[in-house]
Ligand binder design. Structure first.
Ligand code: SF4
Ligand code: SF4
Length: 391
């Protein structure tokens, strides 16, 4: 794997034959000695309050891992031969020791891809990043214009992200990533996002909006409509160079499979370490139900990854449940566990965005929706103006 990925479960560049994908998927379903896609949220502190934040970030947790604990964890990951990590938050660059930890990881053979809103990427930082090996940067932006973006990410955040992109391009960083969460209000801007990436010599990365964190509150307003999903599926088939982390595999039920492994990697090849060292099955399931242990426990991260009962359960063959009779199950696998969980659908039910329409009635009928952990500021976070119609 050469591409570094953040906040996403699967390798973007695993473009394999169908037979190889199938064999690899079988092996991965049983779990690997070490995760191939490990996301580490360094802090819940953030200078923005995006309405769809998957970790409900805002306030720093006073118990977050210390610098020494972070260094020890990097040492352990190096021993486990985890060759790269995806670092996020919150806004990871807010931590005073962020740049130290970045260099520490790289110096110990652990490459870093970090996700940022761009607020700390000035010309000097961009030049320093461009001079480093094994570091990749992912700038988050959720609208192709300030109006669309800032209603989701906050006033001024579009300009901040664009300025960071300009600095990286001028510094000759190379192919940094531009990361966009697909919502009802930006999904029709994909061509403009692609042009933006081309303009800066970057790679476009589109990810699925999931009802995790504050995304649960904005799900009904933001998740794409069925026609929009279908249009995106065909656009992705026409643009295999656009990265997705395989996050749209539920759309493979529409026909030809999108590139990727078509499986939920949670606890099998994917996991998340949160700012206080708790380990979860994937970045989108920050809930006790999917907590496997803590890097602070005896045996550290390796013990959690290799011995946790929760991960062992996830590595067992999963029931197809309500999707068992669906002719598209091989392609879709019933969709995303996180999307089901936080919309109140049973884990063996269909995805809330099932392309056959089987998910929506269950979402409407759900009486309870689990709440994830919340690190938001005390003020409520809302879309900043009336959403446009779906178009
Ligand atoms: S729960 Fe959803 S987001 Fe997490 S690894 Fe599975 S499919 Fe991906
Ligand atoms: S019924 Fe289940 S397997 Fe079939 S398309 Fe919908 S979510 Fe996928």
């Amino acid at each position: 794997m050469t591409d570094l990925i953040i906040n996403e479960p699967r390798p973007d560049d695993l473009v394999l034959s169908q037979a190889k994908q199938s064999g690899l998927a079988t092996q991965m379903k049983q779990g690997l000695d070490a995760p191939i896609c490990l996301t580490w949220e360094l802090t819940y502190a953030c200078n923005l309050q995006c309405v769809h934040c998957l970790s409900s970030s805002g306030r720093r947790d006073p118990d977050e891992l210390t610098t020494a604990e972070c260094e020890a964890l990097i040492d352990e990951l190096a021993r486990m031969q985890v060759f790269y990590i995806n670092v996020g938050g919150g806004e990871p660059t807010i931590r005073n020791d962020f740049w130290h930890l970045l260099r520490y990881a790289v110096d110990h053979g652990v490459g870093v891809k970090f996700s940022t809103n761009g607020s700390r990427i000035d010309a000097q930082v961009a030049a320093e990043l461009a001079a480093m090996d094994y570091v990749d940067v992912q700038i988050s932006i959720d609208g192709a214009d300030a109006d669309t973006n800032d209603r989701i990410r906050g006033e001024g955040s579009y300009a901040t992200a664009i300025t960071a992109m300009e600095h990286l391009a001028e510094a000759g960083f190379g192919e940094f990533k531009i990361s966009v969460v697909m919502t009802r209000h930006n999904i029709e801007q994909v061509e403009t996002f692609k042009a933006m990436a081309d303009r800066y010599g970057a790679q476009l990365r589109l990810t699925r909006f999931r009802p995790s964190g504050r995304g649960a509150d904005s799900w009904h307003e933001l998740h794409p409509t069925d026609p929009q999903q279908r249009a995106l599926y065909y656009w992705l088939l026409d643009h295999p160079e656009v990265l997705t982390g395989d996050s749209f595999f539920h759309l493979s039920a529409l026909g030809e499979a999108l590139p990727g492994l078509n499986m939920c990697g949670a606890g099998r090849v994917v996991c998340l370490i949160d700012p206080v060292g708790d380990v979860y099955a994937c970045p989108f399931v920050l809930h006790d139900e999917f907590r496997a242990g803590s890097v602070r426990d005896t045996g550290g991260f390796a013990h959690v990854w290799q011995e946790s009962e929760r991960f062992a359960e996830l590595r067992e063959p999963q029931s197809a449940g309500a999707c068992a009779s669906c002719g598209h199950f091989d392609a879709c696998q019933g969709g995303c566990m996180a999307a089901k969980f936080f919309t109140g659908i049973p884990l063996d039910g269909p995805d809330p965005e099932c392309v056959l329409g089987h998910g929506e009635p269950l979402v409407q009928a759900a009486t309870e929706r689990p709440q994830g952990s919340d690190h938001s500021f005390r003020t409520s976070v809302q879309l900043t103006s009336k959403p446009r119609s779906a178009g």
